[in-house]
Design a protein around this ligand. Sequence first.
Ligand SMILES: [Zn+2]
Length: 210
Amino acid sequence: MQPPRLSASMSHDVWRKRAMVRSSTGTQIQLLSEDSETVPTFGVTNSKMNAPQMRKFMQEEVGLWSPDVFRLDIISAGNSLVCAAYNIFKTRQFSCLFKISPPTFINFILAIQNRYRSTNPYHNHIHAADVLLTTDTLLKAKPLETVFSKLEMLAALVAAAVHDVDHPGRSNQFLIETNNQLALLYNDNSVLENHHLAVAFQTLAVRITL
Ligand SMILES: [Zn+2]
């Protein structure tokens, strides 16, 4: 079964019927109701997730320059992007600062994780988790402490999470030379960069009602 694809025109009723998304490992994940008062510790729950190892990873490896993101993906049962993003979201208190409810944030990141192609051996959700964790570490560097506002930090972190979403595994030049639809759509200009951002904004534009 293909995972549900988000589109701005998708009705709320459709979402009610498709309140599950499939993770990169094929396991199904339940989206959260936006008025949920409790959310899972790591953003998602999964019977294959190793909770003790996850706690250890979040305490010991988040903030390092080279966290083992492949291990994170294994112990989170294929949810490295959601778990890394939700940990950063909580630690940086974005919910209070920007009045973003945790279920809304988690559903957005779940949808983004789902749009990364597991068939892409490099530009997949694990790469996104890696870039996100590295961006978080970079933003904690002393010389940058007073450079960015909290809003700019949120923007940089969301950008890191979505920066390669739905990457087809081909370069801009390949897409242009082969008259790919995306190259035609963006008139050969920054084809993939435009596409990643468009998918991110389409995802933001969908209000998920369960
Ligand atoms: Zn990248």
